[in-house]
Design a protein around this ligand. Structure first.
Ligand code: HEM
Length: 165
């Protein structure tokens, strides 16, 4: 059958093909007038604001304690000298959380012994818990928690003695 240009469908098709060829030969290289920051379809390829950054810092038991999540503040906890930002786990560590006792504290012993009893926490004006009496099993348990925390939260510092800074 011959290509009948008189048929509206064929005319439209031809115009479309010509337009497509023109776009291939002369691609549009227009420059956006303003910096785009969001796709209309909800896919953000450039964040509206910079994601929060965390500075790796040295903490002591006393400087760590204020990060206990009270009044909506950040929540940090330490295990064996490693400080984790667990703010994302506010349900666990916030003032109403099941593990609120660990917020702002050295949680090593509690994690090792799987206990949130008060005596698991070393008072913040005392030297760091040396953890020397822990059994191999308890140390393994503590390391297991460290793996869990490293995979879920951000390491944001180290915990040293009060008089070390
Ligand atoms: C009555 C006993 C306990 C129950 C029913 C319980 C229950 C839970 C549940 C449901 C989760 C959430 C798991 C998830 O969503 O990934 C969790 C996580 C956790 N539990 Fe327990 N738990 C108990 C005892 C303890 C004890 C004694 C400790 C002391 C170390 C502990 C420390 C933790 C920690 C550190 C997490 C991880 C939270 C996180 O991912 O940030 N739990 N527990």
């Amino acid at each position: 059958m011959a290509f009948d240009l008189g048929t509206p469908v064929n005319t439209a098709l031809l115009l479309y093909i010509l337009y497509s060829i023109q776009r291939i030969i002369f691609p549009s290289n227009s420059v956006p007038q303003s910096v785009p920051n969001e796709f209309k379809n909800g896919y953000t390829w450039m964040p509206k604001s910079h994601p929060p950054t965390l500075l790796y810092q040295t903490y002591t038991p006393k400087t760590l304690e204020p990060f206990n999540g009270k009044e909506g503040k950040r929540i940090l906890l330490a295990i064996k000298g490693v400080v984790y930002d667990v703010t994302a786990g506010r349900n666990f560590y916030g003032p109403e959380g099941m593990y609120a006792n660990f917020a702002g504290r050295d949680a090593s012993r509690g994690m090792a012994k799987q206990s949130f009893d008060e005596e698991m926490l070393t008072p913040i004006d005392q030297p760091l818990d040396k953890l020397e009496d822990l059994t191999a099993e308890e140390i393994e348990n503590m390391k297991g928690w460290m793996e869990h925390f490293s995979s879920k939260y951000i390491v944001c510092g180290k915990l040293v003695e009060n008089d070390a800074v």
